[in-house]
Design a protein around this ligand. Sequence first.
Ligand code: C5P
Length: 227
Amino acid sequence: MSSNIPVLTLDGPSGVGKGTVCLLVAKKLGWHILDSGSLYRLLALSAGDNVDLGNVSQLAGLARDMQIEYVTSGGALGIYLRGENVSEAIRTEATGVLASKIAAIPEVRQALLDKQKAFAQAPGLVADGRDMGTTVFPEAALKIFLTASAEERAKRRYKQLKEKGVSANLSQLTVELQERDERDSTRSASPLLAADDAIVIDTSTLSIDEVCAQVMQLVEQRFKLKV
Ligand code: C5P
């Protein structure tokens, strides 16, 4: 990463709202977006349900060779795999669970590192994930870690799914989120962790607009911008 590209990292657990905040803040700033979770989801989709998680070199090769494309238009992010729009297909719970299993493999994380760093382009980058501030962009000028209780995050996910007409079970979603948190936090390679110099925002009682307002205030102070 060129050190003069401004980078804002937004890390935190599943369902905390990072993706939405990342899109809104990047749009306000006119900066690029890295939705790093989508890379692990794309890999899960490429690998398929019958993937052999023990075949590390095959998975790392797949991670390096994936033909992917990101297209931002009108504030939405289109994600393409081998030319096919998979923006919706990668968002299923099953793909998220498989992504978090594949993401625990250090060789896969290493294979995706350069792809992620390449997103740092002028005029700036908002990068969302689990290890943006600790591993991928440790020199980022502003690091924010978003948190919320598992119950609150499961409620948000439940509401989102209902709005999309997808049937969901709140207690099952809560358990799945807790299992995913556990896997993401306890793995040895780049666990979900706030960087020492990250600013932590507990979003449990905040609306998305309130979170964005706090993030924008920090961005304006840190990068000396007036948006
Ligand atoms: O953020 P999202 O839910 O799309 O990420 C899917 C999975 O990818 C996460 O549960 C996590 O295991 C993994 N991930 C990761 N590191 C990142 C982003 C996502 O390990 N920077």
